[in-house]
Design a protein around this ligand. Structure first.
Ligand code: NAG
Length: 444
């Protein structure tokens, strides 16, 4: 037994320690964008300082007090991959009030599973899977960050901004992700394959935004050059300008999100994100589209309050699901690709050979050797087995056009294996990387 006085001292010290740790992470007043000071040491200004200290920003990301209509959003931003910030775009979402409370989340959603990563993004480590209540019990003292599909029931409390509420946008939402931490998170500089509307529900997040055309100056990871997402090896806290002097020449813009604000991060656009204080965000993702079909926009009521439960999402998670399918492809694009291959080959039948052709083009060519090998053929066989459920050796064009989206998702799951553990407490990485990222941090 500890003497009571010692116990008291222990309690006091740990409370003090926890207190200072929290205070540090809660510093909502961090200076951003950073003040850029010229160096007087002869070394380049900003050397060994965080990203952003090497050069003045070009300015803030363009912002709007009111979300644009879908067609305006397409015309001015989505089509040309131009970021924007919407102020107070999701303030009507019940989440903005309710999710301030851990107790509320624990009580209503505690039994749902999420994927959990480290607060300092580390692409070499795998996410863990745990229940939201286990996360909430520990996250103030653990280096944990929920980066996971927003569980289905939680979508009911999240608002979809009007810019996405008709036409091609509304029909093609891929997934929505939940981001939850005690603050002090730090991403790598990276870009993702999909467009992303990142909406903050509580806390504060700072974004450094860099156009994709500066890729060659940013020490990118080479392996995944064509997969649609990639990250920079630069140390975000200490930019070494002697090793990478070109970083000081890269223009950037910035944004700070507060609760209710959203930022549009175009596919391929570099971003680096830090959070301060307890932070909850929900993101909405969709694949870049070449055209915008606004045929239903004349009749759609984009100003009616619409929750994320009122729209279709391709990839979702509910209690009991074996895998949390995060960061997967748009399977309608997969369907389209299969149909195009048939058209190119003037074939009325989609066969295993055509699927192998797709696989070689879409997956194998990205890798070093560029040759289909035996392992690849096994994957192709498995995928084709799912498509050709009658085992007759082909699928007709009409069958492909009408193929249930769930079947296509099964094909996509083989093409691009689960990005996280598939069952509870299963953190084993058995995955042989074919496409996509090893970690799920694709959508930030
Ligand atoms: C636009 O969408 C409508 C409704 O889904 C469809 O009937 C029409 O064919 C589409 N138009 C084009 C040009 O794709």
């Amino acid at each position: 037994m500890l003497p009571a006085s010692l116990l008291l001292v222990y309690t006091f010290i740990s409370a003090w320690f926890l207190g200072t740790t929290l205070t540090k992470d809660m510093r909502m007043d961090a200076v951003f964008p950073p003040v850029v000071v010229p160096s007087d040491s002869g070394l380049p200004g900003g050397h060994l300082l965080p990203l952003g200290c090497q050069r003045q920003p070009d300015g803030p990301v363009k912002e709007y007090a009111e979300p644009l209509t879908p067609l305006e959003f397409w015309d001015r931003h989505a089509r040309d991959y131009v970021p924007l910030v919407y102020r107070q775009a999701v303030t009507k979402a019940p989440a903005v009030v309710n999710w301030r409370s851990d107790e509320y989340i624990r009580e209503k959603y505690g039994d749902l599973d999420v994927l959990v990563e480290k607060k300092n993004e580390d692409r070499a480590s795998r996410p863990h899977r745990m229940s939201l209540s286990e996360f909430l019990d520990n996250y103030q003292r653990e280096d944990w960050y929920v980066v996971s599909l927003l569980p289905d029931p939680m979508r009911a409390e999240m608002q979809v901004p009007r810019s996405l509420l008709c036409g091609t946008f509304k029909k093609n939402i891929l997934e929505s992700n939940l981001w939850l931490s005690a603050g002090g998170t730090k991403s790598l500089l990276h870009y993702d394959a999909d467009h992303n509307l990142h909406c903050l529900i509580t806390g504060r997040k700072d974004f450094i935004m860099i156009d994709s055309k500066y890729e060659d100056l940013l020490d990118m990871d080479q392996k995944k050059q064509h997969s649609g997402s990639s990250f920079s090896h630069l140390d975000m806290d200490r930019i070494d300008l002697l090793a990478h002097p070109q970083v000081a020449a890269v223009p950037w813009t910035w944004a700070t999100l507060l609760p209710g604000d959203c930022i549009f991060i175009p596919a391929g656009y570099f971003h680096q994100v830090r959070s301060y204080g307890r932070s909850v965000a929900a993101t909405i993702m969709w694949a870049p589209l070449k055209n915008f079909n606004d045929s239903d926009c004349a009749t759609a009521d984009i100003d009616a309050y619409t929750s994320l439960s009122d729209v279709q999402l391709q990839w979702t998670y509910k209690k009991g699901d074996k895998s949390i399918d995060m960061g997967f492809m748009d399977v309608e694009i997969l369907r389209q690709a299969f149909l195009e291959i048939m058209a190119d080959r003037h074939s009325t039948k989609f066969t295993k050979e055509l699927l192998a052709h797709y696989y070689e083009f879409a997956v194998v060519d990205e890798e070093e050797d560029g040759e289909i090998d035996e392992e690849d053929l096994k994957v192709v066989n498995k995928m084709f087995g799912v498509l050709d459920k009658d085992k007759i050796g082909y699928v007709t064009r009409q069958e492909l056009e009408n193929l249930d989206v769930e079947v296509l998702k099964d094909v996509a799951r083989i093409l691009d294996e689960p990005h996280g553990p598939v069952t509870e407490n299963d953190d084993v990485n058995t995955r042989d990387v074919h496409t996509g990222d090893v970690t799920t941090r694709e959508e930030l």
